[in-house]
Design a protein around this ligand. Sequence first.
Ligand code: SF4
Ligand code: SF4
Ligand code: SF4
Length: 260
Amino acid sequence: MKYLGIEPKKPRVAVFDFTSCEGCELQFANKEETLVDFLASIEVVAFREISSARGDNYDIAFIEGSITRTDEIERLLQIRENATTLVSLGSCACFGGINKLKNAFDLNEANREVYGSRSKETLPARAVHELVKVDLKIPGCPVSKDEVERIVQHLVWDIPYHYPAYPVCLECKQRFTVCVCELPYNDGAKSTSGQLCLGPVTRGGCDAPCPAGGLGCWGCRGPAEDANIESFLSIAREKGFTEREINERFEFFGGFEGLK
Ligand code: SF4
Ligand code: SF4
Ligand code: SF4
C-alpha cells in the first residue's frame, strides 16, 4: 500500500499468547472486510492462530495475556531480546486483566482445590510491563479491531499513536445511547434506579459497546486521562452503591490499580 508514492517497509510481525483467552489476537484475524489489506501491510513471522510460520526474526512482537508461570517469564525475556518493538495486546497484557483476580486468593490452596495431588505451577498474575520494557500498550478486553489496525498502520509508518484522552461517556453520547445510570435496572438479585458505570473515568476508543447493549462499563480500557476518580466515587456512593460493588468494578480488569 503506497502513501505519497512511497512503499513502506513491511514490518515483520509476531503475535504470542501467554495466559489469556486468545480473544484479543482473534481480533486481528476476524475483521474480514479489511483483513487482506491489513495482512498486505505486514509480514507475519509467527502467529499461531492464523499461520503455521514459526520464525523468531521479527520487528514487532504483540504479547497477549498476563504472565503466570516460570516458563512464560523465560519466553517473554527471549521475545523482548528478539523484538525491536514490544506491544502489550489487551487488558491481560496491559494490566494483568481478569487473571489478576486470582492474586487475592491463597494460590497453594486454590491449586489443591482445583488440581488435588496434580498441582500446577501458578504464580501471581503480572502484566507484561512488570517484567520487561513495553513500547506500546493496547488496552481492551478484547482490544478494538479498528484501533489495532490503526495502531499497526502507525507502527508501519513509524508515526506516534495517541490514544483518545476522552472517556467512554463521549462515545456513548455520540451513538445516542441512553445513559444506563439513569435507567431502572433489575439483575434478579437487586433492583436499582440506575446501573454503576465506569464510563466517566474510563479511556474511550471502544465505541461504548457495553452501555449500548444495556450494561454499565467495567473499565476494561483502564483510566481516561485526568479521570476524576474522587468525584466519581462520591457520586457512586451518593447513588447507594456499596464499597464492595464499587471495588469489584474497579478491580475487575486491573487497569485502575492504585487509583482507588
Ligand atoms: S484481554 Fe480479554 S479478550 Fe484479551 S486475552 Fe485477556 S481475557 Fe481474552
Ligand atoms: S451509560 Fe455510562 S458511559 Fe454512557 S453516558 Fe452513562 S455513565 Fe457515561
Ligand atoms: S464500555 Fe467499558 S467495559 Fe465496555 S468495552 Fe468499553 S471500556 Fe470496555
